[in-house]
Design a protein around this ligand. Sequence first.
Ligand SMILES: [Zn+2]
Length: 400
Amino acid sequence: MTTDEKYIQSSSPSKIEGVRGSMTETTASSPSKIEGARGSMTETTVSSPSKIEGGRGSMTEAKSIDERYMRRALQLARQGGGHASPNPMVGAVVVHRGKIIGEGFHRCCGQGHAEVNAIASVRDHTLLSESTIYVTLEPCSHYGKTPPCAKLLIEKNIKRVVVGTLDPFEKVSGRGVQMLREAGVEVEVGILEQQCRDLNRRFFTAHTTGMPWVMLKWAQSSDGFLADENGAVQFSTPLTRALMHRERSMVDAIVVGANTVKIDNPSLTTRHWSGNSPLRVVLDKNLSMPSDCKLIADGGKTLIYNAIKNETKGSLEWVKLNTIEPQSWLRDLYRRGITSVMVEGGANVLQQMLDANAWNELRIEISPATLRKGIKAPVVDLSHTIGEEIDGNLIVRETR
Ligand SMILES: [Zn+2]
């Protein structure tokens, strides 16, 4: 590949980002202007009593500049949402003397990391020795699907690295920073740290607990029923259904109980949204699921946790567990690289998850319809949550 070709390839995404960048930069600049003003205000007030405090003012200013570029890196990182998983969303910005000369984010698992893409978008690599790179997550230090980013930054002779937050993996946390420092690179850690952690909350939760992030999802009538006595009732509208499928595309797996399969025969795909279709998981202790149900017959990938057998057949896998308690299958999913799951029902499975306190997020769609009798929805305290009304339905969300 010639240099020109290489440039054209790497420049096209950054051009798009550049357009978005100038749009977003306006928004990003206003808070930093305020902070800048705050910095100079402090400086004016404190300049007379002592010079030391005056110095603190310029430190505040430097921090607000770092935060400004880290905010941009966060914006870039979010563009990887839904595709980066099971990897985290990461964004990076290369700055040379107050000017952004490169940007990148992690687009897709198995492809270049944010730092690689940001460096590739820089036109003049001789500027790197006088540049700072802002990365939302600590640069990696190990050989995975790609060589370590810390090594790349050292090879590129980058002057300074500003890191949002350290890697949550205990075994590698701090190693990337150490590698850079040992090579003489100036490193700063913890700029907008909370935002950088929140961005990948699911990822951080999974790797610190050893279990995927769990979202419990259901739809119910205004009087608290999931379904009538005969089974499924469609509470969602075409729009809320599309939005729900969008949420599906953002998780690694969808989980249902065997009863839901028997009653609703769902396909659990993301057909109403153009995104990834997550792994389908059924909790079927006694293998009571009919063999002609969609999850078994449609050729898609399905994992079946049960108490009877281990078997793999085509795209289907049966996994025997001693107990079908939430913790046991959640740990097994984590071992398989699943970092987030959406549990879609039914009533028993949802109640079991709530009782075991095995959840991180609730998403409940409440229809104005009333059923008066049927299958009761789980009862949860929603007094602190704020709902969003879409198509007449109320979408209530709680994260903890
Ligand atoms: Zn990396």
